[in-house]
Ligand binder design. Sequence first.
Ligand SMILES: Cc1cc2nc3c(=O)[nH]c(=O)nc-3n(C[C@H](O)[C@H](O)[C@H](O)COP(=O)(O)O)c2cc1C
Ligand SMILES: C=C(O[C@@H]1CC(C(=O)O)=C[C@@H](OP(=O)(O)O)[C@H]1O)C(=O)O
Length: 330
Amino acid sequence: MNTFGRLFSCTTFGESHGPALGVVVDGCPPGIPLTEDLIQPYMERRRPGRDSTMSPRAEPDHVEILSGVFEGRTTGMPIAILIPSVAQRSGDYDSLRSVFRPGHADYTYHLKYGHRDHRGGGRSSGRETAARVAAGAVAFQCLFNQGISIRSRILEIHGNSNPDQFEEEILVAKERGDSVGGIIELFAEGCPTGLGDPVFGKLDAAIAGAMMGIGSIKGVEIGEGFAAARMSGSEHNDPMQKSGFATNHAGGILGGISNGDPIVIRCAVKPTPSISLPQQTINSEGEEVEISIRGRHDPCIVPRVLVVAECMLALVLIDAVLMQKRFTGF
Ligand SMILES: Cc1cc2nc3c(=O)[nH]c(=O)nc-3n(C[C@H](O)[C@H](O)[C@H](O)COP(=O)(O)O)c2cc1C
Ligand SMILES: C=C(O[C@@H]1CC(C(=O)O)=C[C@@H](OP(=O)(O)O)[C@H]1O)C(=O)O
């Protein structure tokens, strides 16, 4: 499944070590300002090779808009965006052709497809998210029109919630040949009431699906999330006043529909699977072997995944906005 969204949909293509990645965005309304320069700042926040806390693979991730835009504005036609790759260095993966990296998708891709691109994990690579970010940048352009904004922050790295120590946590793990994960938080502000389809298509379900669709995200909570399970109703219910809700334990969604308060989401990001410490694994012959992974890996995915999560949220929200406009405009 490469396509995401209903009215505002995107299909990504490309593998980590292929010549390029890209996305086709369909359903974007006409007249929205869109240029490469408007997309590039989002790409810059995600691309690898920027500092010592991330993979040193130096990809410029310059986008090229191929269609759907004329004189700086969308035309309502499919928008194709190309992101050439220039720093593959696929030789790093020669020894991993038939050995499965614990924690990565190598083993399950092998079982499902048999024939797979082992270089960088092919399509299971976090590099695929470059295409999602390009699509998300288009969604952001549409959301600005609606007065909706999204921001995110890191809450924890490796269980440490002191922002002054985030970088150190990552660099210490890297020095050990290990990796660490963490927790991120997202806020969507300015959302109107009424976004989301009740029951199966709940807005919370769409958001959780979008977040879980990002490699390495293993938990999602909305509002109080897991903490709600330990609260009483009188603590958790948000008192209602003429001016609005007194608190926001709901995280901006009730019954699968946005209630006008900020939407608050937290995601758990697992530690990067590819580490250089020796690990036990098997090869495609089923033999037990030891693996020590070299190459250019993120010692922590958290800092780079922030903008990816923001973009996935933007894609969910613009789709919900368009669905709601179709519903109320009938
Ligand atoms: C932005 C981003 C960067 C990533 N960087 C790496 C990496 O350098 N090395 C690695 O082994 N996994 C990396 N991953 C994680 C793998 O892509 C992911 O663990 C793998 O696809 C398996 O999916 P799962 O963790 O959801 O089970 C990255 C993921 C993202 C979203
Ligand atoms: C290249 C990117 O991230 C990559 C995500 C990734 C993985 O296994 O997910 C592994 C590394 O790439 P490779 O080993 O194939 O050179 C990261 O650098 C990117 O995000 O643009």
